[in-house]
Structure formats: C-alpha cells, structure tokens
Design a binder for this molecule. Structure first.
Ligand code: SF4
Length: 214
C-alpha cells in the first residue's frame, strides 16, 4: 500500500483559547490565539494552565484562519500561549494565510530572539518569515517592565517587517481587558502592572468551545 503519512501536528492547531478582538495584546485591534503547550517554565508564568501539551482543543488550520479573517475590523492576529514556537509548523500555516489576506501577525515567545534565529529548522524559519513583530524572551518576574507589551525588561521587540517599526508605544501604564463570555464567565487578558493570581489566570476562562462571532 502506498500513501502519504499525514503529520497531524501541521494540520491542527492546539487551541487553548481564542479572543476575537483585543486592544492589549500588541498593536491595534487584534484577534488573539493562545496555543496549548510550552516547554519552558518561567517562574510566575501568567498562563500556567496553558503549559501542558495535553489539553486544548485541536482545530483545523482552515477553521482557525476563518475565525481570524471573519474579524473585519481587526488588523491582525497575535499568537500567545503556551509557546507558539513549540507549534511552529502549524502556526506558520495560519500565519501565511493571515498575511496573504493582508492582516498582520504578532508572536509572543518565551525563546530569546537569537536562539530562534540560530535554529535550523524549516518550521521556525517559516513562522519567522510570516510574522511582523516578535515579542521575545522568557518572563523574568524580578524584572517587571513598564512597556505595555512587555512583561519583563529582558524581553525584546523584534521587528521583522516595517509594518509596526514606527508605531511603538512609549513605556506607559499597563492595560488589562475584561471580557464577559457567553457562558457567563469573565476573562481577563493583558498586562497587569502587578501579576496576581486573581487576575491573570482568568485568561483560561475564555470560552474555547464557542465559535467566535463573525
Ligand atoms: S514562555 Fe510564556 S507560557 Fe511559557 S512558561 Fe514562560 S511565561 Fe509561561
């Protein structure tokens, strides 16, 4: 028997949560996709419930791209996690489709920029090639950052295209958003000035089972 062995990791996105519109996860109004699974263990991680690779809801690439493109008022998507580069092959496919449609791609990663650029694998290269902005580096809770997109001062903004290189906000106050879900739960996302157990993990309560509103 002949045939092609399908690599499911390249076809299904391990969705931990999806938020159709946010103002606090990168430039402009953006959809946010959190993926399930991160190999790092930064002390004080904002989303500990997204660290294990088991869990989440596997969704076909086409479905996830559809959620993002259905949001006509957004300028793009932000990948967060979990660790997006632990799922680089499948997220590269999402990012390529999003960029082809004229929207932008921002990636939060716990890996330092130099480590990613030194990697010699096709999936990492494709995700880097289809991103406009990386926010890179592990979270270090002893070095809190004032910048609205950074959690700690060791993290770097890495502009991979010119799309956002002249629109970086000054280090100002932190911002968080509260989202009331159809299920009745309240989700919180963004960058609180002082991470607290009461606020941050509520990101996980974003309603994963519900299709985003077109
Ligand atoms: S890289 Fe991000 S998701 Fe992973 S442990 Fe660090 S803070 Fe948490």
């Amino acid at each position: 028997m002949t045939g092609t062995i399908m690599n499911l990791e390249e076809h299904r996105v391990p969705v931990a949560a999806f938020l159709p519109r946010s103002l606090v996860n990168g430039p402009g109004v953006r959809s946010v996709l959190w993926v399930q699974g991160c190999p790092l263990r930064c002390p004080g991680c904002f989303n500990p419930e997204f660290l294990e690779f088991s869990g989440g809801r596997p969704a076909p690439v086409e479905e996830v791209v559809g959620w993002i493109l259905a949001e006509r008022q957004t300028e793009g998507v932000t990948f967060s996690g979990g660790e997006p580069f632990a799922h680089a092959a499948v997220l590269a496919r999402v990012a390529e489709a999003v960029r082809q449609a004229g929207k932008s791609v921002v990636v939060f990663t716990g890996f330092p920029r130099d480590l990613l650029f030194a990697r010699n694998d096709d999936a990492t290269r494709r995700l880097l090639d289809s991103a406009d902005l990386l926010i890179a580096g592990p979270y270090q809770r002893e070095r809190p950052a004032a910048h609205p997109w950074l959690s700690s001062t060791n993290q770097q903004l890495v502009f991979l295209t010119y799309r956002y290189s002249d629109s970086v906000p000054a280090a100002t106050r932190k911002r968080v958003e509260y989202h009331i879900q159809a299920s009745g739960t309240v989700a919180v996302t963004g960058f609180p000035a002082r991470p607290s157990r009461e606020l941050v993990p509520l990101t996980s309560q974003l309603d994963k089972s519900q299709e985003p509103t077109p």
